[in-house]
Design a binder for this molecule. Structure first.
Ligand code: ZN
Length: 287
């Protein structure tokens, strides 16, 4: 059974740790993220982008696969299935398809339109017990004329978006999606404190987790970040392990071409990466 992400994130905020949101791409990803979380006794959020949903046949397939995997693997830790950076239509489709949590990313809209659309998704989702994440638009990847500082959210806009009844909020504090440019000054903890002051006890979400130094991750958790999105790092770990297997010629030894053998090192690498992140975020033994 899937749960929404509200309780696990509120518990994380109170307990000063963060829950990992791990993006999944296929059955191997799903299985390894679930097994790692079970082993670590950590609640977990499985994130699915619209692109990944499409890749896996569609949102219904994803929901059915994740629910069945939780059952077949006898997973006992709380598991949420969450749409990542959803469009308005995508969020509605996932609410229908059986996801337990959705992000509506209206950050590209002007704030009033973002609020209006977010409110509609909240009403729809909450009527089915589904949690909602929303995002405040970045006020430019440029501040004080310096590029590459990352995205920053306006604390007052954060407060206004919160009034829609969302369960957790994504707000830029200098983080960047993908690879961080050289000379990136790091997370802006002053901005984080200003946002925190406006939003009180609502869990904050940190996107773009790949490449943020561990000490900054831990400091952000101590200041109110309760959900951290991890995507690129698992992809890199999987690709690296798979390349090593093929470069060593193992696919040409005996039945090394069998996909269950070929994909095994990559799958193991995902599992190890997830366990490493769970330890860093402090969500182990929190069920
Ligand atoms: Zn993101």
């Amino acid at each position: 059974m899937l749960v929404n992400a509200t309780k696990m994130l509120n518990d994380a905020l109170k307990g000063h740790y963060a829950i990992g949101h791990f993006n999944i791409n296929n059955l191997e990803w799903t299985k390894q993220v679930l097994l790692a979380s079970e082993e670590m006794k950590s609640p977990v959020i499985l994130g699915v982008s619209e692109g990944a949903g499409k890749y896996m046949c569609g949102f219904k397939t994803v929901a059915a696969m994740v629910k069945a995997a939780v059952e077949d693997l006898k997973i006992t830790v709380p598991v949420a299935l969450h749409l990542d950076h959803g469009t308005f239509e995508g969020a509605k489709a996932c609410i229908e398809a059986g996801f337990s949590s959705v992000m509506f990313d209206g950050s590209k809209y002007e704030i009033n339109e973002n609020i209006e659309k977010t409110k509609e998704i909240v009403n729809l989702a909450h009527s089915k017990g589904i949690s909602v994440e929303a995002e405040v638009g970045a006020i430019g990847g440029e501040e004080d004329g310096v590029k590459g500082n990352g995205e920053f959210a306006d604390p007052i806009e954060c407060k206004n978006l919160l009034a829609t009844g969302i369960d957790f909020l994504a707000a830029g504090i200098g983080n960047i999606h993908g690879v961080y440019p050289e000379g990136w000054p790091g997370l802006n903890f002053d901005r984080l404190a200003l946002i925190k002051k406006e939003i009180g006890d609502t869990p904050l979400v940190l996107h773009g987790g790949t490449g943020i130094p561990a000490d900054q991750i831990q400091k952000s958790i101590s200041l109110g970040v309760s959900k951290i999105n991890v995507n690129t790092e698992c992809q890199l770990a999987f690709a690296d392990a798979t390349r090593k297997y093929i470069e060593a010629g193992k696919d040409k030894e005996k039945k090394g071409f069998d996909p269950r053998k070929l994909l095994a090192p990559g799958a193991e690498a995902i599992k190890e990466k997830v366990k490493e992140k769970i330890l860093l975020f402090g969500s182990n033994n929190k069920v």
